[in-house]
Design a protein around this ligand. Structure first.
Ligand code: BTN
Length: 330
């Protein structure tokens, strides 16, 4: 058995017996390891930062876990069939988890593979922007997906992921965030999460997708751009990154499966309800032009339908949208 599988089994064993002492004999017998192997792996977990106490006549107990996103730990209790069921690659630092995931996908890594980093030195945002990724403050991960999907429907995946992250934030932090088409999660108008979907495609069909998610969890506000916030800042308490990450993955699996089985329509409805721009006056900035209009709808391909001043409607597939607060919503 690989080290990471053994570590995961031991950790899961401790998590199921929170605050209890368990003898080495009992752990070895339950998990089917030798005492020597158990001892070796407990020491490896300690080196990773897990505080495992050993008390004579009582046994071992897990006192504390490090604030790390180790793949063997993230994968515990997900209840998923795809996401996180393959290898979870964990790095202390990467240029961009999307780049590493893309390389892995090109080498044939299966759907559901995850790449997680504690920090990114060249984190990427949409439209060539940077994603500031301070160490240990946020969640930075990329997921390899291989849906049977036409390339022009890819924007839908970003919206499905946004809905999943919104639900996870609500469940773990109790905060009701909004979704700003096409890829932002906002709290009180400030950005707490961004999603960057990249793809490799054959002429019409998707070969693979890289879904990159960045969430400002406990990030110090002074390290973020002025238009951003963090969950800690909004809730005035630290949030467990690993708990939130697990919840995001679990929600993503449910929504991804739902989309595969029922199409985008049900999730589109959720997305519309959570939208911060629908039924509002907005300005859309495209590559080298911009126009004003009224955000009418999100269509079956994930495009934003904007009604212009002259009454014509435009489908917007990418670009930046901002609310025009000087005008009343129609
Ligand atoms: C945006 O809001 O423009 C998208 C931000 C996406 C950031 C995430 S962090 C993990 C993944 N790796 C990257 O380089 N970018 C995405």
């Amino acid at each position: 058995m690989k080290d990471i599988d053994t570590k995961r089994q031991i950790l899961r064993f401790f998590y199921e017996r929170k605050n209890k002492y368990v003898s080495g004999e009992e752990i070895s017998a339950s998990l089917g390891f030798s005492r020597a192997s158990l001892w070796k792996h407990i020491n490896k977990l300690r080196l990773d930062g897990y505080l495992i106490e050993a008390v004579p006549h009582l046994g071992y107990t897990l006192k504390a876990a490090p604030d790390k996103m180790y793949g063997y730990d993230v994968g515990i209790g997900l209840g998923t069939d795809i996401i996180g069921k393959q290898k979870i690659w964990h790095y202390e630092s990467l240029e961009s988890t999307n780049n590493t995931a893309y390389e892995l996908a090109e080498k044939g890594e299966p759907e559901g593979t995850l790449v997680v980093a504690e920090t990114q030195t060249l984190g990427k945002g949409r439209l060539g922007r940077k994603w500031i990724s301070p160490k240990n403050g946020g969640i930075y991960f990329s997921l390899i997906l291989r849906p049977e999907m036409e390339s022009d429907k890819v924007p839908v995946i970003t919206l499905v992921a946004a809905v999943s992250v919104q639900k996870a934030i609500k469940k773990v932090c109790g905060i009701s965030a909004g979704i700003k088409w096409p890829n932002d999660i906002l709290i009180g108008g400030k950005k707490v999460c961004g999603i960057l979907t990249e793809l490799k495609a054959q002429p019409d069909m998707v070969d693979f997708l890289i879904l990159g998610v960045g969430i400002n969890v406990n990030t110090e506000i002074k390290k973020l751009p002025p238009e951003a916030t963090s969950l800690k800042n909004e809730s005035s308490r630290s949030v467990s990154r690993i708990k939130l990450m697990r919840r995001v993955l679990t929600e993503m699996e449910k929504d991804y499966q739902k989309m595969k089985n029922e199409g985008f329509m049900p999730i589109r409805e959720e997305c519309k309800k959570l939208s911060t721009i629908l039924n509002k006056q907005i300005t859309v900035k495209e590559y080298n032009s911009e126009f004003e209009g009224f955000a009418k709808d999100i269509d079956e391909k994930g495009a934003l339908i904007v009604q212009k001043k002259d009454g014509t409607r435009k489908r917007v597939f990418s670009g930046d949208v901002c609310r025009d607060r000087s005008r009343p919503a129609r």
